[in-house]
Ligand binder design. Structure first.
Ligand SMILES: O=C(O)c1cc(=O)[nH]c(=O)n1[C@@H]1O[C@H](COP(=O)(O)O)[C@@H](O)[C@H]1O
Length: 241
């Protein structure tokens, strides 16, 4: 049986106060959401917001998408490994040497702090990228699925737990990776929701059918009139298909 995680809710807000108000919305739910803390909030509120999420019992996905030379990424990951988070991200485009440094740094940091080992996920092609942007602006030829497949294989070879991709590529990834390799999929839009800046989108139930291990969803939940109710609806669609 494939592993399916509870939906990951992107807490993309500018202040700790706004984040805490969202945490309040999600208290006492089953399945409990995994809270995804990204650049906007972490750069403003720092490790304190991670500790507060954990204190409230949430598993934390710390999505900082590291991308730099191997030494720098390795040392930064070492610091993040100490925070007690469950998922961390790094850009596959940095190459296998950088991914290796990221993994070693993260694992060493977690071990030194006595924390459980986080899942390290490689960002493939962002869900805001379509084939035209990838071909013409990034200069990578071919279909998006082929690039994502190549990144996924590299990430698995280095020993990462999985990738972040669109659910549209999950089946292509399954062809080239082992059964435990995780596909975490943002770009989730319920029927009728605004796409915004996302390009490669699917609904929560499509993500289930396509075999995603987890979905990441932000604005359709956090900007809904009642975020708690929006989460429950999306969680039901994803978990049950
Ligand atoms: O790493 C991510 O989580 C991520 C990767 C990706 O390819 N696309 C993507 O949208 N994300 C994140 O997923 C969230 C999507 O938010 P919404 O578009 O509001 O649902 C944001 O926090 C993005 O940073």
């Amino acid at each position: 049986m494939m592993q399916r995680f509870a939906p990951m809710v992107a807490i993309d807000v500018a202040t700790q106060a706004e984040a805490l108000a969202l945490f309040d919305q999600f208290t006492g739910l089953t399945p409990a959401p995994i809270v995804k803390l990204g650049m906007e909030l972490y750069y403003a509120a720092g490790p304190t917001i991670v500790k507060e999420a954990r204190r409230r019992g949430f598993a934390v996905f710390l999505d900082l998408k590291l991308y730099d030379i191997p030494n720098t990424v390795g040392r930064a990951m070492h610091a993040l490994g100490k925070l007690g988070v469950s998922f961390v991200t790094v850009h596959a485009a940095g190459g296998s040497e950088m991914l290796q440094a990221a993994l070693t740094g993260l694992q060493t940091g977690a071990k030194e702090a006595g924390q459980p080992q986080p899942y390290l996920l490689a960002i493939t092609e962002l869900t805001s990228i379509d084939q035209r942007i990838m071909n013409e602006e990034q200069g990578i030829p071919g279909p998006v699925a082929a690039t994502v497949q190549r990144y996924a294989r590299m990430a698995e070879q280095v020993g990462l737990a999985g990738v972040v991709c669109s659910a549209q590529e999950v089946q292509a990834i399954r062809e080239v990776t082992g059964e435990h390799f995780l596909c975490v999929t943002p770009g989730i839009r319920p029927v009728g929701a605004a796409k915004g800046d996302q390009k490669r989108v699917v609904t929560p139930s499509q993500a289930h059918q396509l075999g995603a291990n987890a979905i990441v969803c932000g604005r359709p939940i956090t900007q809904a009139p009642v975020p708690r109710a929006a989460y429950q609806q999306i969680a039901m669609e994803f978990m049950e298909g």
